[in-house]
Design a protein around this ligand. Structure first.
Ligand SMILES: NC(=O)c1ccc[n+]([C@@H]2O[C@H](COP(=O)([O-])OP(=O)(O)OC[C@H]3O[C@@H](n4cnc5c(N)ncnc54)[C@H](O)[C@@H]3O)[C@@H](O)[C@H]2O)c1
Length: 384
């Protein structure tokens, strides 16, 4: 009989619920406490999921010696302090992206986790779609050849109107980059993971279309802004980007281009990654995650439908359902959590999930993008 691990969820909003639901889908973990800044929201969640404890001060939860790990699902500005306190309290930490609001804060967390010898994960979950792993394994087995071109976009429209609002629009809660840190970091993590290459230099151009936005007079839930009316707002200046574009180099020969947008009408959550090698190309779209386009110069192109029996052997363990049964966004969290808790159970195991070092890596890229856009110049991305 396996010992059950105990965990706590800190932050009970949009992604907190996604974490809770997917923690329920893996065998060896019980969620025993919720930490929140919104007790009404948390008590509803606790009642629904049969969780006996809600705290408005996460430090009370960290004092509980029975709790092995915490999930940090709060707004970005709280991540570094909570992660640091959790590591100092001896907890393994799974933190949402971006890991912190600066690369320096993330660097300190990487060092602290290493010093305390505790498991640490940054939730770049999107790399765990089965067909994203298929792209990675096709590259590793040499099917794509030398990687020449990497391109794509991450486009959304939920902040399209100047009346759309979320804490992400307040740089004090969000950090200095919005679109590039919030969704661009997922794309860059995926591009580096699939290609096995690093973005070594970049030239970025960021734009804030809505320099003023209408903030609701009372707090609203993430993605719920469409329900408000005109008299519920006041005007505030915005200092983070709605859109970012960059061209980049991955070493001497590989070249790429990428855009990220939160104001592209009709694009709900389109993460598109295309990787072109000297033998073949692959393209994947997060709005159709169970299909992979495979492109050939001298043969018909193919569309691979997700089916574990047709995936590269190393990619099969990321697909839990047979062909024809779709796997999506929620499943990527399950795949991360399963590997994170397995690594807690087996202290000798290699961590097979994105760690704090990967969160630091993406904040280093984000800071390079901010610098490049500010100076109108190419920037060498530090190795981090
Ligand atoms: N990996 C992904 O796919 C993904 C998707 C969405 C959000 N996220 C990340 O998750 C985080 C949360 O985003 P969200 O959309 O769920 O936000 P949200 O506003 O829906 O939820 C935030 C929650 O944090 C709570 N909170 C605020 N301060 C707190 C504190 N000091 N202690 C405890 N709880 C506190 C709030 O009460 C709320 O429950 C962000 O960092 C975001 O980047 C990741």
């Amino acid at each position: 009989m396996r010992t059950r691990l105990k965990t706590a969820l800190l932050g009970t909003g949009f992604v907190g619920r996604v974490h809770l639901e997917n923690l329920r889908r893996i065998g060896q973990v019980d969620v025993t406490a919720l930490g929140t800044a919104d007790p009404d929201q948390a008590h509803k969640l606790a009642a629904e999921f049969g969780i006996g404890r809600v705290e408005t001060d996460y430090r009370r939860i960290l004092e509980d010696r029975e709790i092995d790990a915490v999930h940090i699902c709060t707004p970005n500005s709280f991540h570094a302090a909570i992660a640091s306190d959790a590591l100092l309290a001896g907890k393994h930490v799974l933190c949402e992206k971006p890991l912190a609001t600066s690369a320096e804060a993330a660097r300190q967390l990487v060092a602290l986790a290493a010093e305390k010898k505790l498991r640490n994960c940054t939730c770049h979950n999107l790399r765990f779609y089965p067909l994203v792993q298929q792209m990675r394994r096709m590259r590793e087995s040499g099917e794509l050849g030398e990687i020449l071109v990497v391109q794509g976009t991450y486009s959304q429209d939920w902040l399209f109107l100047d009346t759309d609002w979320n804490w992400r629009l307040d740089s004090k809660e969000n950090g200095p980059s919005r679109t590039m840190a919030d969704i661009g970091s997922h794309w860059c993590d995926m591009a580096e993971h699939v290609t096995g290459l690093r973005i070594t230099s970049l030239c970025a151009d960021l734009q804030t279309f809505h320099k003023m936005r209408k903030q609701p007079k009372s707090p609203i839930e993430t993605f719920a802004g469409k329900l408000l009316t005109a008299e519920d707002y006041h005007e505030v200046p915005i200092d983070t980007e709605d859109f970012g574009a960059m061209v980049f180099r991955m070493g001497d020969r590989t070249r790429g281009g990428f855009t990220a947008s939160q104001v592209s009408a009709g694009r709900k959550n389109r993460l598109n990654l295309e990787v072109y090698g000297s033998k073949a190309g692959v393209a994947w779209d997060g709005e159709r995650p169970n299909e992979l386009w495979i492109g050939k110069r001298n043969a018909p192109n193919q569309t691979l439908l997700k089916d574990p029996s047709l995936l590269e052997p190393q990619a099969r363990c990321y697909a839990d359902l047979p062909g024809g049964h779709a796997e999506g966004y929620a499943d990527t969290f399950k795949q991360v959590f399963r590997r994170f808790y397995q690594s807690i159970e087996d202290p000798g195991a290699e961590p097979e999930y994105p760690q704090f070092a990967d969160g630091l890596r993406q904040l280093t890229v984000v800071e390079s993008e901010l610098e490049s856009s500010r100076t109108h110049a190419w920037v060498e991305v530090p190795k981090s």
